[in-house]
Ligand binder design. Sequence first.
Ligand SMILES: [Zn+2]
Length: 587
Amino acid sequence: MAMTDYFEVLDRDGAARIGELRLTEPVTTPARLDDVLVDSGSLWAADHEIPEGDEDSLTILPHRSLPAGTREEVREAFGTEHADAEFPTAAVVASEDPTPQGTDAYILSDASGFVGHGEGFKNAIIGAKDALPADTALILSGAATPRNVALLAYAGVDGVDARLARVKGSQGKYLIGDDAAFLDDLDELPCSCPACQQPRNEFDREDCIDHNVAALDAELRRVRERIRAGRLRDYIEGQARHDNWLTAALREFDSQYQYLETRTPVMRTSELSAATGDTIRRVEIQRYAERVTTRYRNRFDNPLVLVPCSARKPYSDSQSHGQFHDAIGYRGHTVSMTSPIGVVPPELELTYPAQHYDSVVTGRWSEEEKRFVVSVLEGYLDRNDYPRIVAHVPDGGYRDIVDRAVAERDITVEYTVDGHPTDTDSLADLAGALEGELKFSKRERQHNTVKAIADYQFGPAAGDALFGDIEIQTTGRYPKLQVRDSDGDQLATMVPQYGLLAMTLAGGDRWVASDASTKTVDIEGFVPHGSVLAPGVVDASEEIRPGDEVVIEGSAAFAVGRAEMSGPEMVDSTRGVAATVRHVRDK
Ligand SMILES: [Zn+2]
């Protein structure tokens, strides 16, 4: 296994990550690395000699920089071997053959050949990421601009240089985050970096080089802040609009669901902005819809009442849903319809991203939004049987969606809105439609909420497997529910901020003993406190995602906690925090 001593991933936002390059002066990535990259020479010119390096810089080991498109036979004939070095190193590899070489970082030699082409870029990055160790830095040289660097980071690139930005500057190309303009065409300088603090007519190509580098640095600062906030995707959806190849690349990556899904946290506390047509395809949205239609199961016997979503989240805090609730009064199972989430059962209204998304409310639905919500509603109705279905939705998009979802099914829907859903007559019709229906109890509501979250979080039927055969008690006030067994021992707590369960040790014991599939981190014979570092991980369930609840088990300890990286990354990594420990017990 490769030992990477000088690079560590500290934070993740999908494939993007915050890392630290541990040089004498540490560098936080994604970063511009011109100042620390030292090229020990190309083998085209120099001998096979191990370079002298030090901890001040990232030494590029001897390499042949083969042009993009070089045939494989030629590539193999020029393969290089690298000895172990005692200082930070980077190896130059071709995207077609990214072989691990035990270095801290890898530079893709043919970046200028694929950056600028959506599909080629996607193939090169995913190929490299799949082949190279997860805890090494991926660097693209001669490819970054202020406009594309956010997408490079989004795809998983950790380091860039300013070579291209300098070349462009020397050619009189003025680069900013949304454009690349000919200097001669600019009447004003739309920037406030030091180089731009002078009259337009005195600004020359040397200044343009300085400006381009400053603009690249500024964009990298923005990108790092976005990653820390878990909001790089929100930015990319707007940023990619400024260049067609970036939009193409964004969509190419969206078509690689597994690459992004493995790396995307299951929960965040930050807002998710649903402002473009691309939002529907992001992992968080697709994953929620997939889990609602394949894991969630309705446990109420009452009629289904479909209602429109509210701008305010969680929905139950909104004025309109308060009015719906007054009319329904626990006699119906109130499920919200929304773009871009699909359908939200009330038990999952807090579950990320159902209470975190902010969408553009215009009352008009695009055909793509409609198709998506129709497909989620169809999946939901196929999985869940209801004695009756009441649709308290207005004409237009909502009603169209319900009509389309039930068109080919033997389902009768009663519509109760005439005009606006909160009109007095509409609300009276809703209350009338439920007359004679029995109310469900608070206990039923709380139990079903806990079980529904378990299904969503741990897999189909996990709610019953974990909490079904014992008389569980829920204490606390929604949404701060605590799950206890019949002896009063606490098993889990519902976390209101993202609507998932956090287990206790007793809950972890039940989870392991149950039929629900367990997400396990196998560790060596030590007792972890605070966190489990990747080198201590022996094995980990492949389906673990960042943020997942996990049990941590070794010969000396049993613990419950939260994954900080995916299962495959835990196994692959030799540095970094694999999981944080909530409760631990000696064996
Ligand atoms: Zn400037």
